[in-house]
Design a protein around this ligand. Structure first.
Ligand code: FES
Ligand SMILES: [Fe+2]
Length: 369
């Protein structure tokens, strides 16, 4: 009788298969997956990032983990299985995987004759970190060999011991690129975000803002914000100090904003995360020590997000028919930088070279908004 050489037969090529058609995602970055509260005690949560189905959980010693939601044996989602606080057991044939490493620890069907090395089998597994009440997952294209090679997960900047904070999220029926260029688009403000408490269409005026290159992104250089917005005027009255604001965009999808006036500050981190090629999600987390109740701030922020969301739903209706689109100067220049940053990063990774930044020097952009 011939000895079985191959103890494991691969039924399908691993992970890369379903990415045959490029969806325009940026791999090897952190993305927010679920709220920390969704994996309280032994609850498992499901999420999709970059079209990868994930199951997330927390071990009894408090570590959050993220596995690909597919058993490496026959592909049934592991989220249908049982979690004992350390291992996740598949609901089909009971293979058990360590949550924190994805390593297989048990195959119940093996007999004493079997030579299969169980510990060499791994379920798809991704680095996972919790920040600001959210579970972030490092979506690596190839399995990460050493966690040391993974950069730190993004974190909201805060500037005092005590502060208030909140989180809001909403889905956009769009490719992540549309969500991101919507996020950095200055010209839609007077049309989409008209509110009595913020500003109105008549307050539109010419602006000049300086931008500068930063690693993997660009910054709207520190400046005093638009005088036609009531909240900024109020802040200035409260502290007597000038108000300054700095806004950064950093690949793959991060927008941070810092507003400071004397000892008072407000800080936010907004991300647009690719779920599928036709679905993305905005997460907005903010912290502040300005005297502003969470409920009131949430009501305002929600209105803003909903205005963006409603606009993007309408836009998706138009984009279904693949219209030709335009990017104009200067109002769409940040969008052009985004596409150039993304293309240059992909190119640099492909060639194994250093990424070329599309901006060289600070630039002043002018638009009316
Ligand atoms: S499919 Fe998971 S153990 Fe068989
Ligand atoms: Fe907006």
């Amino acid at each position: 009788m011939a000895m079985e050489e191959n103890l494991v037969d691969e039924l399908q090529p691993p992970q890369k298969a379903e990415r045959a058609a490029d969806a325009g995602f940026l791999w090897d970055f952190w993305y927010p997956a679920v709220r920390s509260s969704e994996i309280r005690s032994r609850r498992l949560a499901k999420a999709t990032l970059l079209e990868v189905p994930l199951v997330l959980g927390r071990t009894d010693d408090g570590r959050a983990f993220a596995m690909r939601d597919a058993c490496p044996h026959r592909g049934i989602p592991l989220s249908y299985g049982r979690f004992d606080g350390q291992n996740l057991e598949c609901g089909y044939h009971g293979w058990k995987f360590d949550g924190c490493s994805g390593q297989c620890v048990e195959i119940p069907s093996l007999s004493s004759q079997d030579k299969l090395k169980v510990e060499r089998i791994f379920a798809g597994h991704y680095p996972c970190e919790e920040r600001d009440g959210c579970v972030w997952v490092y979506m690596c294209e190839a399995p990460v060999r050493s966690e040391a090679a993974v950069p730190a997960a993004p974190k909201l900047a805060t500037f005092s011991q005590r502060y208030k904070s909140t989180h809001l999220a909403c889905d956009l029926p769009s490719h992540v690129d549309q969500g991101i260029i919507g996020l950095m688009d200055p010209a839609h403000g007077p049309f989409v975000h008209q509110s009595w408490f913020w500003r109105n269409k008549k307050s539109i005026h010419e602006k000049a803002k300086q931008f500068e290159p930063i690693p993997f992104g660009f910054r709207m250089s520190t400046h005093s914000p638009s005088s036609n917005s009531a909240p900024y005027q109020l802040l200035k009255k409260m502290t007597g100090a000038p108000v300054t604001t700095t806004i950064d965009f950093i690949l793959p999808n991060l927008r941070t904003e810092e507003i400071r006036s004397g000892k008072l500050w407000f800080s936010s981190l907004t991300t647009v995360t690719p779920v599928r090629r036709d679905l993305s999600r905005i997460d907005f987390v903010a912290a502040w020590n300005v005297p502003l109740p969470v409920t009131i701030f949430r009501a305002f922020a929600k209105t803003f997000l909903q205005q963006d969301q409603e606009t993007m739903i309408k836009q998706a209706e138009g984009l279904k028919h693949n219209p030709r689109l335009m990017l104009i100067d200067d109002a769409d220049r940040p969008a052009k930088w985004y596409f150039a940053l993304k293309a240059n990063l992909i190119e640099a990774r492909r060639k194994g070279t250093v990424m070329v930044h599309p901006m060289h020097d600070p630039v002043t952009l002018r638009w009316r908004s």
